[in-house]
Design a protein around this ligand. Structure first.
Ligand code: SF4
Length: 328
């Protein structure tokens, strides 16, 4: 079946992936392979804007690739590669930076947020982050970028940079990427309030053992009004129930919905049921992951092959870019 175009998406190497990553991105990456030619990039260079040591970068990249592949990224169809393995992106980033106004970059809410988060390390790379992101996208002649509604302005900014470049050099060589709105689930962590993430240690890793998963689920915060087993609860405000809806069979969801409200089920039992359903859901993922992990060289080969294919596209784009710029 003919594909609808090329999709690009990148994510920082954060190591072993958690449920938030899975529901918010990976699941969608896997599904998009059916309709699009997909280019998925582990953006290690972007990570350098915030990390101070690169000690764990390699391992985190490996673990992330492992999880993506185990979850269903098909490397024989999609291109899976590491950003720094295609150095052309740095060159394009430099050229694009010449057509991007500095003031616009420093005005972006994402930059201001980073300044608040790491006032000790406001580096040049941090300012140019959206330019590098644009280079990532356009280098691979991307048609669409999947983003949640809140990230759409980033792509609009990338489109502006592309227009600026094409206008300056009177060319159409760079393609303005289109936004593909995806429903990005905001997965709440074990604390029941913040977004699931490693930095808050409120996450459940996909690759945890079933026992570790049960232990983590037991830590989940439930309806705070339910102090005693005999108190009725409200599943509508309970994160365990939200998770049930994502991983449990409908009859069990209905049962929890009814019984919780009349204290017919206790939170311990309810969590255990969810943990068991989650473990069941993750069984094939974990089996595939173990199989892949038994041959680490294979993961490296997949990433090398992805870089080779990505680079072939990138080199062609750069020939056209340099020609358009009339570089000597
Ligand atoms: Fe939440 Fe389940 Fe407890 Fe109800 S019974 S408050 S849904 S954990």
């Amino acid at each position: 079946m003919a594909k609808k175009g090329r999709v690009f998406s990148g994510a920082r190497p954060t190591g072993r992936q958690h449920l938030g990553n899975y529901l918010g991105a990976i699941k969608n990456y896997v599904a998009m392979q059916n309709d699009y030619e997909c280019v998925y990039c582990i953006v290690d260079v972007h990570a350098l804007t915030t990390v101070e040591t690169t000690q764990e970068l390699k391992q985190n990249t490996f673990e992330m690739a492992l999880d993506w592949l185990a979850a269903g990224i098909r490397p024989e169809e999609s291109i899976l590669f590491v950003q720094s393995h295609v150095p052309e992106v740095m060159e394009l980033h430099t050229y694009l930076s010449m057509v991007t106004q500095f003031g616009k970059l420093t005005d972006l809410p994402t930059f201001k947020e980073k300044v608040r988060q790491q006032p000790e390390n406001i580096n040049y790379g941090l300012v140019g982050y959206p330019v590098l992101m644009t280079a990532d996208i356009v280098l691979y002649k991307t048609d669409v970028v999947p983003v949640g509604i809140d990230q759409a302005p980033h792509i609009e900014f990338a489109r502006e940079i592309v227009r600026s470049f094409n206008y300056r050099y009177k060319t159409k060589v760079l393609i303005e990427p289109q936004v593909k709105h995806t429903e990005v689930l905001k997965v709440v962590g074990l604390d029941g309030k913040d977004k699931m993430g490693k930095s808050l240690n409120n996450h459940i890793e996909l690759a945890s053992t079933p026992e570790e998963t049960v232990k983590r689920v037991k830590e989940m915060v439930t309806d705070p009004a339910r102090l005693r087993r005999t108190d009725p609860g409200n599943p509508d405000i309970c994160n365990v129930f939200t998770m049930h809806k994502l991983f449990s069979p409908q009859e069990e969801v209905d049962m929890v919905n009814t019984e919780c409200r009349k204290a017919g089920i206790g939170c311990v039992d309810c969590k255990l049921r969810f943990a068991n359903n989650l473990n069941k859901h993750l069984e094939p993922f974990r089996a595939k992951r173990a199989e892949l992990a038994s041959n680490p060289n294979n993961i490296q080969d997949i990433l090398n092959d992805g870089a080779k294919r990505a680079r072939a596209i990138a080199q062609q784009t750069m020939v056209e870019v340099r020609e358009a710029m009339q570089l000597p």
